[in-house]
Ligand binder design. Structure first.
Ligand code: SF4
Length: 209
């Protein structure tokens, strides 16, 4: 296990704890999935944000196998109405699982959304939110976090969904004004919002983008 990264993650975890998030560091995706199963009670309803990281953990199948009701809106062939209904239901879940686009070494959590359901639910709605982030999401400061959110996360997401944006073609953000622009809302969670219990699980592995 590379000790330099663990040391960085431990420092970031301390910064997150100071900001009233409950943060833990785990060595890999397997351990992250095990920890999530401990954090989430078997009877809880779990909403899943649009997150590659969460899917890389294989946690959705594990939760369902254990009997948790899981609400994921990332399903092929949904009508617009069903998609909207599922996103709203995720906000009423007992637990909401997602990642973050970037987390600063000072403990700020940064995200950019196109629709905004993910950032809304991270702040208010579900009583419990668990954010899982690989070491690749850690950045030195807010400017670097916003840059990462656009130039890496949004650009790769645009490619993933085949958006008609410049970044989907070139992999580079040009702060476009394309009708299909996916960067529409930026949030910086500076401290844990009062009515939402937020746990952050930092993983010493590259996860998501
Ligand atoms: S090019 Fe547009 S859609 Fe792509 S990352 Fe930049 S602002 Fe977002």
């Amino acid at each position: 296990m590379p000790t330099d990264k663990i040391t960085d993650l431990t420092k970031t975890a301390r910064a997150l704890n100071k900001r009233d998030f409950e943060c833990a560091v785990v060595p890999d995706a397997n351990e992250a999935a095990k920890t999530l199963l401990q954090y989430i009670p078997p009877e809880a309803v779990v909403g899943i944000g649009g997150s590659v990281t969460i899917r890389e953990l294989g946690i959705i199948g594990k939760l369902e196998a254990r009997g948790n009701a899981v609400i994921p809106h990332w399903q092929p062939g949904l009508t617009e109405e069903t998609d909207r209904k599922l996103r709203r239901q995720e906000g009423l879940a007992d637990y909401y699982l997602t990642s973050a686009n970037a987390i600063t070494e000072q403990g700020e959590i940064i995200n950019i959304d196109g629709i905004g359901n993910r950032v809304a639910h991270m702040i208010y709605g579900p009583e419990n939110v668990i954010i899982v982030a690989g070491y690749n999401k850690i950045v030195p400061d807010i400017d670097a976090g916003i840059a990462r959110s656009k130039e890496i996360a949004a650009a790769l997401n645009a490619q993933r969904v085949g958006s008609k944006t410049p970044c989907a073609k070139t992999g580079k953000c040009v702060d476009c004004d394309a009708p299909g622009r996916i960067c529409r809302v930026i949030t910086i969670i500076q401290y844990r919002p009062w009515q939402t219990k937020i746990k952050v699980l930092l993983v010493n592995e590259k996860l998501g983008f």
